[in-house]
Design a protein around this ligand. Structure first.
Ligand SMILES: Cc1cc2nc3c(=O)[nH]c(=O)nc-3n(C[C@H](O)[C@H](O)[C@H](O)COP(=O)(O)OP(=O)(O)OC[C@H]3O[C@@H](n4cnc5c(N)ncnc54)[C@H](O)[C@@H]3O)c2cc1C
Length: 444
């Protein structure tokens, strides 16, 4: 099977690259072994919230020069500000076309999102159903907040959220109350606790009759509130519409909070991206896994997957976007770390005594977070010192940045995925053969 581009990994990085390639007419395939980090994420897009020296960032793009000086190997430093801005704008518009509105604050500023722990994290883009708390005065416009869960739901504990939120000095004047609302069908669902997860609840709330009953119970339990915060229990495709309906039924302003996994806010992004890719004619091989590849004259010539052991997949260009340790894009043994598919060269790995901080919740970053594949400024990796001309890397697999401490996970994934796609598209369009085939494809 021959493609213009093959993307290994179905997370934000891989899908961003794949969609952009498919938009440009490249015959593209994605191989995705399993769930991506999106199933565990807030569904908000972090761009940059802290510099490596610990300084807080409120205006991410204004901090790019400082980042370049402090971390010249950071993926943003390799790309430069313009490609990152272009990629983030493209992503916002593309997702809007898919029905997922992602918005930022005015004046290119981060905003805060509430976590289930009752703390705040700075981020760049949030879905329309997530309340954006302003950076400097998160309590702005709020005198009464209601944190509401569903009776018996274990993945969101509003008392814990309220307890921590009320300790913040900005919220000393804000009334924070909690409530638990009964869900129709609760009795049946509770027989098996494994069936009372956000995704199961979303199925119940899709039924308009049950949504009406839920709304009625909500009005009784909540009373008055400027903002009602509910765990994210609304469907993937129709979640925003269901919340709108519930707002109409209750008269409340409602926002969603990401829960323990599965995170519907994150899954919503992944589902939208996969649908977009498939609607553009892309091939998605879900549940398959790339196991090895063959190289010749500094090029990757073919790859083999678990389901296609004897039939290699071939492309002009390949992207490796298999994530970090969390998604098995990187693997650690007791004293060594490796990239498991091709054994690509990694950025320097310190002695294992220096892989992590003693305290798990340390203020200092855990060094293992910055481990990853070493690349050129074009994001091309090396294998035993030789640069591979048609293989690129993107996303959490890349070395030299910390998605958690620097608050830049999805921003790096989207911008590096998009950056690689633009290089693949330029190379494809530069081939006379390719343009002939492209014409044939257009006329076919
Ligand atoms: C728990 C968690 C929560 C996070 N929350 C946020 C957040 O709220 N906001 C934010 O901006 N960032 C967040 N991040 C940061 C995250 O790193 C990025 O946002 C981003 O999701 C990384 O995307 P990726 O595509 O590089 O990798 P991943 O999302 O990890 O995807 C890698 C993909 O590659 C596949 N794969 C692996 N090996 C193979 C193989 N051999 N063959 C085929 N496929 C393979 C995996 O199955 C998976 O589909 C979070 C990270 C984690 C771990």
């Amino acid at each position: 099977m021959k493609y213009d581009s093959i993307i290994i990994g179905g997370g934000v990085a891989g899908l961003s690259c794949a969609i952009r390639c498919a938009e440009a007419g490249l015959k593209t395939a994605v191989i995705a072994a399993g769930q991506s980090a999106l199933h565990f994420s807030s569904g908000s897009i972090d761009l940059l919230s802290r510099l490596p020296d610990g300084e807080l960032v409120t205006h991410p793009f204004a901090a790019f020069d400082a980042l370049q000086q402090q971390a010249p190997q950071h993926p943003y430093s390799k790309l430069g500000q313009v490609p990152v801005t272009t990629a983030l704008n493209w992503y916002q518009h593309m997702m809007s076309d898919c029905g997922v509105e992602l918005t930022a604050q005015p004046e290119a500023m981060n905003h805060l999102r509430l976590t289930p722990m009752g703390t705040f994290r700075a981020t760049w883009l949030s879905q329309q159903t997530v309340h954006q708390y302003p950076m400097y005065s998160p309590q702005q416009g709020l005198s009464r907040i209601a944190l509401v869960t569903l009776d018996g739901f274990r993945d969101f504990q509003p008392e814990l959220t309220a307890d921590n939120l009320s300790k913040l000095p900005q919220f000393s004047e804000v009334e924070i109350k909690t409530a638990a609302v009964e869900l129709p069908d609760f009795e049946i669902m509770q027989r098996n606790p494994c069936e009372f997860r956000s995704i199961d609840i979303s199925r119940v709330l899709r039924d308009e009759r049950k949504l009406h009953a839920f709304a009625k119970s909500m009005i009784q339990k909540v009373g008055k509130a400027d903002l009602v915060v509910l765990p994210s229990v609304f469907g993937n495709g129709d979640g925003a519409a269901t919340i709108k309906l519930l707002e109409g039924l209750t008269g409340f302003t409602i926002c969603e909070l990401p829960t323990m996994p599965p995170s519907l806010l994150g899954i919503r992004l992944e589902e939208a991206m996969k649908s977009r890719f498939k609607s553009l004619g892309g091939l998605l091989l879900s549940g398959d896994e790339v196991q090895k590849g063959e190289f010749e004259n500094g090029r990757l010539t073919k790859i083999y997957t678990r389901n296609h052991r004897d039939m290699p997949l071939v492309a002009d260009h390949y992207l490796l976007a298999t994530g970090s340790f969390f998604s098995h894009g990187m693997q650690a043994q007791r004293n060594s770390v490796r990239e498991p598919i091709f054994d690509l060269d990694l950025a320097d790995i310190a002695h294992r005594d220096h892989w992590y901080q003693e305290a798990f919740f340390s203020e200092q970053a855990h060094p293992f977070m910055k481990m990853g594949v070493k690349t050129s400024n074009q994001l091309r990796p090396t294998l035993k010192g030789e640069e591979i001309q048609n293989l690129y890397c993107a996303g959490a697999l890349l070395a030299h940045y910390d998605p958690v401490t620097e608050g830049c996970g999805s921003g790096v994934a989207i911008s590096t995925g998009h950056f690689v796609a633009e290089q693949m598209i330029a190379a494809h369009n530069a081939q006379p053969m390719a343009s002939t085939q492209k014409q044939e494809r257009t006329f076919a």
